[in-house]
Design a protein around this ligand. Structure first.
Ligand code: PA5
Length: 408
């Protein structure tokens, strides 16, 4: 498995960097590392318990041997990582692999009702993932699936079909595990949702699609990229000081679209507080060159871009042209064009999508997001804004209950 990752935060950036400011930011390194190393929520940098992988792989085999499909319920940090990587590691068209369905990440009654209808004739298990055990979207989907499970199976069967991944000791889901003796996994209390990629929250779902051993190895390898991650955080901070308030994550492979969703949550929730932070957006090129390309090239100059370049996807020839190479040429051309239009472009290059590279890349981005939060002088590991919205919903639901509407 080739394992190469390269960073270019210079070639298409230099014209825009204010050297004095950049040096000032770079010089905060000792302070930022010190804050990071003393943070309580960096459980994801601690030694990995290999036993967890064994437990996950055994359960995966049990599920595959006994059921037709697994339904994963979760949202935000309990969803995006595994969904993003699932997309990158599976074929675009049906590959006859074991069926894994995701739900609980919105409130679509059409989706949920059609899912229940679909599952009626399926032999399925469910993995509900929520650190808090209280998130409305996840819990509603879980309630709906529980109703179906209870209708279809006896209590002994139910016990084997529900797997709960949640906090070790607090929350409604943990209580359910204890009451019913359900199979469960822990999201450690010192790891927040968007930093939970290398926990059972994502590793169990991902065990159906990729080699989680290599992913974990790549991730821990990537934790050594501290200086690269810090440089990236500094460049971004520098751009922000120049009025570049929007970072556009650019990919050229449709199966990476959800990877940029994961990045958007990682950076958005980490930095976006106390009226600070860079607003993360994403584009899938070449598709979006035909829609947003105009704005990026010539519009309001508040954007900088970070390209994730995958050198080798798949060789496929059309009229003697290698499409993989063509995509690479187009990427370089877009970078040159945007740079000429005043848009700074970071380039992160991997030679191919494999578990080691992606594990490493994820570690790099997680380190960088955390450093970046500290460079913005905010707490990288909380998300008070998400809690505000959750509280408004709870209050409004209570209000409806007063009006005798207990049905959500
Ligand atoms: O990053 C976060 O903490 C949030 O986005 C959560 O992951 C999201 O709200 C889901 O929370 P929970 O896992 O508690 O259901």
């Amino acid at each position: 498995m080739r394992n190469v990752i390269k960073f270019d935060f210079k070639t298409y950036v230099n014209n825009f960097v204010d050297d004095d400011n950049m040096n000032k930011i770079l010089n905060r390194k000792a302070e930022i590392y010190n804050k990071f190393n003393n943070a309580t929520m960096i459980g994801w940098t601690e030694e990995f318990n290999k036993r967890l992988l064994e437990d996950i792989l055994n359960l995966r085999d049990y599920i595959k041997n006994n059921y037709d499909c697994l339904v994963i319920l979760g949202i935000g940090g309990s969803f995006l990582g595994s969904y993003a990587l699932k997309n990158m590691f599976t074929k675009y068209f049906s590959d006859n692999s074991f069926e894994v369905i995701y739900a609980g990440c919105d409130l679509s009654s059409k989706y949920l009702s059609e899912l229940i209808e679909y599952l009626d004739n399926k032999n399925f298990a469910v993995n509900v993932i929520s650190k808090s055990g209280t998130t409305m979207e996840t819990m509603i989907a879980y309630d709906a699936l529980k109703q179906l499970i209870r209708k279809k199976y006896n209590s002994e069967e139910i016990k084997n079909r529900i797997i709960i991944t949640t906090d070790e000791s607090v929350g409604k889901l943990r209580e359910e595990v204890i009451e019913n003796d359900y199979k469960s996994f822990i999201i450690p209390s010192n790891i927040g949702g968007r930093y939970s990629l290398i926990t059972a929250a994502h590793l169990l779902p991902l065990s159906f699609f990729l080699d989680i051993n290599n992913l974990v190895t790549g991730f821990y390898d990537g934790l050594s990229l501290t200086d690269e991650a810090y440089n990236y955080a500094c460049i971004r901070r520098c751009f922000f000081d120049l009025g570049k308030y929007v970072e556009n994550f650019c990919v050229f492979e449709p199966n990476m679209s959800y990877y940029t969703e994961w990045l958007k949550q990682l950076f958005g929730e980490t930095e976006g507080k106390e009226k600070r932070g860079i607003f993360p957006v994403s584009t899938l090129y070449t598709r979006d060159l035909h829609s947003l390309g105009q704005f990026i090239q010539e519009g309001n100059p508040i954007i900088f871009e970070t390209f994730i370049k995958v050198l080798n996807t798949k060789n496929f020839y059309v009229n003697d042209k290698n499409l993989n190479n063509l995509n690479g040429i187009v990427l370089d051309s877009v970078v040159n064009a945007h740079y000429s239009g005043g848009v700074a472009c970071n380039i992160i290059e991997i030679d191919e999508i494999n578990e080691m590279n992606i594990g490493k890349l994820c570690a790099f981005f997680m380190l960088s997001a955390a450093y970046s939060g500290y460079l913005f002088d905010v707490d990288p590991f909380n998300q008070p804004g998400v809690e505000v919205y959750k509280k408004f919903i709870r209050d409004n639901l209570d209000h409806f209950k007063v009006d005798n509407r207990n049905d959500y």
